[in-house]
Design a protein around this ligand. Structure first.
Ligand code: SF4
Ligand code: SF4
Length: 376
């Protein structure tokens, strides 16, 4: 039985968030259940790209501050970092308001730009990872994630947050090598089994629905979740947004590979019923996944699997989508005539990196007509 603390928090006012995080930790047995005085702990917020905290793209600095204070009071030495989808950690943290808090609390930024190869023979799919030095140098990892929708995994919460422990462009390589939600999620679970975050905290005070994880709409959920079990935590998020957890591949593989429990969960704190948002805008259809090999697989992918679509009126032609596309030849390219980039759906593996990182929110995930019929 895993325990998840569910704590109401209706604003990002420092005193309210501080009290909510401390209450959540108390409900789980106190901070000293997760850390020991004198240890070094790296905090891993979600710093996908540099956006203001109000956009709900990144972990809110108030939540980061509250967790840092609580663990600091427990006597640990803290550092923080993330490997963003785009840009340098310091710059992204600065725009998100996290760097100011870190300066105020004298928490140094850890090295998430370079890493070291770590063998993981127990991995179910991946036997070797390159992990950021900032994570390897610390005694423990505490994840401070954001509750958001995601093109590939539907949901990004506790489990997916560890992907930022892989430095730089190595993340894009995983997208190219693991071209569907099932394989990608197996990798995420192996990564969690290797890193074993001591504690996961998810900022759901204002979540993101719709075209996440960067371009969706902020949605107030008024909740902070805490757990030692990232699978149980993400499964509890599914209850809050009325989504079948079996549709979220990281949860399904997380349970299958023994990372945690999606069913035997003791929710403590405030009652789940008070937070359920049944109309939360998230991908709910059971859909085929991309990446099956061969010609038939490619045809099926084009006809059924949701695909990234560019809204040309919103495109500024910045070229981010082309740069981040991990396949060769590119699945999205500029035409010679100066118009917005266009997708080559026969090459595109549906990793949704372009949709995730388009700074204008100009790329949406669209289900082809046949896919809509099948998954109605
Ligand atoms: S990333 Fe977005 S705005 Fe930039 S070129 Fe691609 S579609 Fe246009
Ligand atoms: S075009 Fe977009 S979704 Fe397709 S492979 Fe490239 S980044 Fe991934």
């Amino acid at each position: 039985m895993s325990t998840v603390a569910l704590v109401r928090c209706t604003s990002y006012r420092d005193d309210e968030v501080d009290a909510a995080v401390r209450r959540g930790l108390d409900l789980l047995g106190g901070a000293l259940r997760f850390v020991r005085p004198g240890e070094s702990v790296v905090l891993k917020p979600n710093l996908l790209v540099g956006r203001e905290a109000e956009r709900a793209v990144t972990t809110h600095p108030s939540v980061f501050r509250a967790v840092a204070r609580a663990l600091g009071d427990a006597g640990v030495r803290l550092s923080y970092g993330d490997s963003p989808g785009f840009g340098r950690t310091e710059n992204v943290a600065g725009r998100a308001g996290i760097a100011d808090v870190a300066r105020e609390l004298a928490i140094p930024v850890a090295d998430f730009g370079s890493g070291e190869t770590v063998s993981f023979p127990d991995g179910h799919l991946i036997k070797q990872f390159t992990i950021a030095h900032g994570v390897l140098d610390a005694d423990g990892l505490v994840s401070i994630a954001k509750l958001k929708t995601h093109g590939l995994t539907r949901l990004t919460g506790a489990i997916k947050n560890q992907f930022g422990c892989i430095p730089g462009m190595l993340k894009a390589e995983f997208h190219a090598r693991l071209p569907n939600a099932d394989l990608f999620s197996q990798m995420l679970v192996d990564l969690n089994l290797l890193l074993r975050p001591r504690l996961s905290v998810v900022d759901g005070i204002v979540a993101m629905e719709g075209n996440g994880p960067q371009s969706g709409r902020p949605r107030s959920m008024n909740v902070i979740l805490l757990s030692a079990d990232p699978v149980a935590l993400d499964a509890t998020i599914c209850r809050l947004i009325d989504l079948d957890p079996r549709l979220v591949a990281p949860i399904a593989y997380g349970e299958a590979f023994g990372l945690g429990s999606a069913k035997a969960i003791d929710v403590v704190g405030d009652p789940v019923d008070g937070f359920v948002v049944p109309d939360f805008d998230v991908q709910r259809s059971s859909r085929a996944t991309a990446g099956r090999p061969g010609r038939v697989g490619r045809i099926a992918r084009c006809l059924i699997v949701p695909r990234p679509v560019i809204r040309s009126e919103a495109c500024t032609r910045c070229g981010t989508c082309v740069r981040v596309c991990p396949v060769t030849p590119k699945g999205v390219e500029f035409a010679a005539n100066g118009s917005p980039p266009a997708h080559h759906y026969d090459r595109c593996i549906r990793c949704y990196c372009c949709q995730e990182l388009c700074p204008e929110g100009a790329i949406e995930v669209d289900v082809p007509p046949l896919g809509r019929l099948i998954h109605r």
